[in-house]
Write a protein that binds this ligand. Sequence first.
Ligand code: PLP
Length: 463
Amino acid sequence: MARISLEKVRELLAQEEERFARLRPRSRALFEEAKRNWTGGVPMSWMRIWPGGFPVFVAEAEGVTVVDVDGHSYLDLCLGDTGGLCGHAHPKIVEAIYDQMRRRGTTTMLPTEDVIWVGRELEHRFSLPAWQVLMTATDANRMALKVARSFTGRQLVLCFNGTYHGSVDETLVVNFFGELVTIPGMLGPIVKDASLMTKVIDFNDVDALEEALAPGDVACVITEPVMTNIGIIYPQPGYHEALRRLTRKYGTLLLIDETHSLCAGPRGVTGEMGLEPDIFVAGKFIAGGYPAAVLGFTREISDWMASRLPWHNFFGFGGTLSGNATAVAGIRAALEHVLTDENFSRMKALASRMEQGLARVIAGHGLEWYVARIGCRVEFRFLPKPPKNGSEALFSEVDYNAVDIVSEGLTGPLDALIHVWCANRGILLTPVHEMTLVGPAATERDVDRYVDTIAGLVEELVS
Ligand SMILES: Cc1ncc(COP(=O)(O)O)c(C=O)c1O
């Protein structure tokens, strides 16, 4: 096994950070200026998580290309951490949104004819008959959990260790060797005793699932069909069947959140594996990057909701902008023109090429890292093999120089180095992990360029 010296990582990181800052004077100055009026210097604190000391300010973005205000052009493999998966400024999305806004306004709190097409298409893809549109996947998950609690008359939600479903309090909890704790560093605590709202167990553990559901107090299990936020973790054979069987047995609703895993294909993992959720959520790129999320229900839940008018007062979810006609037009355009079989088969083939290229680089240098892929999403991690659940991913021994949460923040110097190294060579990676998304406008050349860039860094580090 090859060893990477931490000293070398830090030395290279200092050089790359110096170069990053020196070549981006305009972004750096704008960031300093923005600190006066924006908390942390940015309109949303997430924009601070990019390594390099400051975020680049964007001048233009199209397809998989982003140009910053200093004139650097980047191959964008981050794609807004999935929100931009359809590609920036996709002509069909721009056309649909422009047409909607010009002819019928952005929002009237009234439906348009597009809802008929979109409703049918969502039913066809994800096999649930009744839908709502919200602004974000976080919104949709919050609404889904409220509905599940009201519908079942139960209070608890069950989620899996290491999961992320947006800024949804019930799911921002970790099971730390039997203790429920809010995620370290989060503003909180949300409630003093998280066990009043949440049970947290590990994915892929059928016995723990039955034990958690058996008391009959869980309103809803919320899960990704393939975990993505703690690294890509696939369900073990038979796990989804057990999940469905046990949730039905104990009267618990099953909520499948495909906000990320929809990158598996046009029908998501739900469509591909024939899953049967009671509630379904997808957001981020569902309207081609325009803010929107879809929330699907069984007929039974939907009829029950429809009978409880007025919904708004009764449930307290959504808002006046939810379901706006521009979002619906964006969803139609994305489903009709971008999230198609043809596009996905290209994107998946390119992502597979990337996966194989990275695996070759890693093996060729004797590193004990693994590569994983779901659809057009590819990542490598500083672990010898994929974990089978969140606990393994959260608490297992990572390569010692990769993550030092105590002294280096959420991610370690190696992670920071990879990101800044790539940015200095014209490639944007998703912050916080070594994750890339292959958008519809990407090419073989783009993929090979990224693999070569990682190979160049690994060469420096291992030699
Ligand atoms: C699986 C999953 N669900 C929901 C969300 C929330 O999405 P948003 O931040 O767009 O509301 C995320 C965000 O990363 C996610 O990964």
